[in-house]
Design a protein around this ligand. Structure first.
Ligand SMILES: NC(=O)C1=CN([C@@H]2O[C@H](COP(=O)(O)OP(=O)(O)OC[C@H]3O[C@@H](n4cnc5c(N)ncnc54)[C@H](O)[C@@H]3O)[C@@H](O)[C@H]2O)C=CC1
Ligand SMILES: O=C(O)C(=O)COP(=O)(O)O
Length: 532
């Protein structure tokens, strides 16, 4: 796995990658976009912080990219939807820098309240002034937190240690969470009206962009303090500047900006404002946080290589770990069945039905459906289909995917059946696990009993004496050794279906000779990449 690192990541935290002989790591900081586009095609994974835009043009150049790893929380610099459509896994490190961001929020607030950024240069320049730097206490003031997530929660606890009253606005949390933190959940208007300090801790998205604007500032207390240690743009920057200019806001502490580094006049003016305390996105910039997030994303890349579930993938359907323990043995089965059937079924499936029988059906089988679907679609699409984009791709291709579960079963304790409906008819395949081995037990309405092998031939014909011999002769003449054979028949001398595993692939010529010799109604060679 070739990994490209485009932002500063803690070397110490990357040790799991550097120690892994399967992985090579390239650190290329400050690359111009054009250069990044030029080289990204050579990498399987990219690790970034907020400094790299992983946008559609970059993703389009990333032909072999499997994972985008964000060593931090905010993924607003990654086009997750675009990546998902391409089957690229996006992971982040949601926990490692929480504490640092919360402490930084308090650092900005205390700095503002005690005029530290003003007193510091004054004293260093030889002055001894105290009165101009008289500040405010936090004790007894009301803090309004918008977004009681990981960072917001820690800010709340720390504010309470300073004996502040804490109001919280967050429409997406349970009341219980606010209770657990000992804070009051209120509508946004109450935060605006009653808070002495307002601090935003939401992600940046279409809903939160500009969620604090001119009309909100108008409704705030005079002399309010505003903190943004989340994302630039959650607080409208033009409105912020105007509120500082008008004196409505006593001071503001910003760690994040809509442009990083700032380019426009507006952002530069905001930063330059005398009552603004600013830091260049340092919320997560502690040795502790940087080590944590680097370890977390490194571990995810190793998980991927080891075929283990990824803990912090933001675009893989999330399944309960206990459920996955039940599902994992069957993933290989559905995946092999999907790959097998995709090579037999005619094109343009309209509907795909996954039926689960037996003990397995007691559980939510969605992980198996996604896995089987990915295998079924993979050979027919330009993009690689995997658990990230299987459902998206099926939807784009106009396919209906259904899942049926029934604990009843005739002869197997667990049975999975895949049925693909096309305008030309239906193809089905059923399989089970026997002593941990994949067994295909039914194809169409023929009973079968074989384990998929790397190269196989599936032939249907009207059964008559001598045909198996003819097939053997043709394959033998072409030096293709038969490893196994499984014959399915409904009746003596009726239609038969025979499945051969062969030690090497058969040429087109051999396939044509077999078709002619057997007068086959159906003949397909199947290659199973996933078995060895
Ligand atoms: N300055 C820095 O270096 C750092 C910044 N961050 C940023 O801080 C923010 C919070 O991070 P976390 O706490 O880890 O995220 P989180 O996902 O744990 O919490 C976000 C909270 O915002 C709430 N929320 C979402 N939409 C909302 C809305 N419209 N109104 C009110 N609440 C809403 C969610 O329900 C959730 O509770 C993110 O923007 C993240 O990128 C995080 C770490 C470091
Ligand atoms: O994790 C986050 O959301 C952050 O804002 C930290 O960003 P950074 O990794 O320091 O560029």
């Amino acid at each position: 796995m070739k990994v490209l690192i485009t932002d500063e990541i803690s070397q110490e935290g990357l040790q799991p990658l550097l120690d892994d002989p399967r992985i090579t790591v390239d650190v290329q900081l400050g690359l111009p976009v054009a250069k990044l586009h030029e080289i990204i095609g050579g990498y399987d994974a990219i690790i970034t912080r907020s400094g790299t835009r992983v946008d559609p043009p970059l993703i389009d150049h990333a032909e072999r990219l499997k994972i985008i790893a964000r060593a931090g929380v905010g993924i607003d610099n990654v086009d997750v939807e675009y990546a998902s459509n391409k089957g690229i896994i996006v992971v982040n490190a949601p926990f490692g820098n929480t504490n640092s961001a919360a402490e930084h929020t308090l650092a900005l607030l205390l700095t503002l309240c005690r005029n530290i950024t003003l007193a510091n240069p004054s004293l260093k320049s030889g002055e001894w002034k105290r009165a101009p730097f008289t500040g405010h206490e936090l004790k007894g003031r009301t803090l309004g937190i918008i977004g009681l997530g990981k960072v917001g929660g820690r800010v709340a606890l720390r504010a309470k240690a300073f004996e502040m009253e804490v109001l919280v606005h967050d429409p997406y949390i349970a009341e219980k969470r606010a209770e657990d933190f000992g804070v009051k959940l209120v509508p946004l208007e109450d935060i605006i009206r009653y808070a002495d300090v307002i601090s935003v801790h939401t992600p940046l998205n279409d809903e939160t962009r500009g969620m604090i604007g001119t009309e909100h500032f108008a409704g705030m207390k005079n002399g309010v303090i505003v903190i943004n240690c989340a994302r630039g743009g959650i607080i409208d920057e033009a409105a912020m500047l105007a509120a500082l200019d008008s004196g409505k806001v006593l001071g503001a502490g910003f760690d994040v900006f809509s442009e990083e580094p700032p380019a426009s006049e507006l952002v530069k003016q905001l930063i330059a404002h005398p009552r603004m305390v600013v830091t260049p996105h340092l919320g997560a910039n502690t040795f502790e946080a940087q080590k944590n997030v680097a370890v977390d994303v490194s571990r995810e890349l190793v998980n991927y290589l080891d075929g283990r579930p990824m803990e912090n993938a933001v675009n893989i359907p999330r399944f309960d770990p206990d459920l996955m323990d039940h599902m994992r043995p069957f993933m290989g089965l559905v995946s092999q069945m999907g790959d097998f059937l995709s090579q037999l079924a005619p094109a343009n499936p309209e509907k795909i039905i996954f039926t689960y029988n037996g003990k397995l059906a007691r559980y939510d089988c969605a992980p198996l459906t996604v896995c089987g679907l990915a295998a079924l679609l993979n050979r027919h699409t330009e993009v690689e289909v995997n658990m990230v984009n299987a459902r998206l791709v099926a939807r784009t291709m106009g396919m209906v995917v259904e899942e049926v579960r029934t604990t009843e079963t005739e002869s197997f304790s667990n049975l999975v059946t895949l049925a693909v409906h096309t305008p030309e008819g239906k193809r089905t395949i059923a399989g089970t696990l026997f002593e941990g081995k994949v067994k295909i037990v039914k194809m169409r309405d023929f009973h079968t009993d074989f384990t998929p092998e790397p190269h196989m031939l599936v032939i249907s014909y009207e059964d008559r004496p001598g045909l198996i011999g003819k097939i053997g002769t043709i394959l033998g003449e072409e030096n293709v050794n038969i490893g196994n054979m499984n014959l399915g028949r409904r009746a003596k001398a009726g239609e038969a279906m025979v499945v051969f595993s062969i030690d090497s692939p058969a040429s087109e010529d051999v396939v044509a000779r077999l078709a002619e010799a057997t007068q086959a109604s159906f003949l397909k060679q199947v290659h199973m990449a996933s078995v060895s």
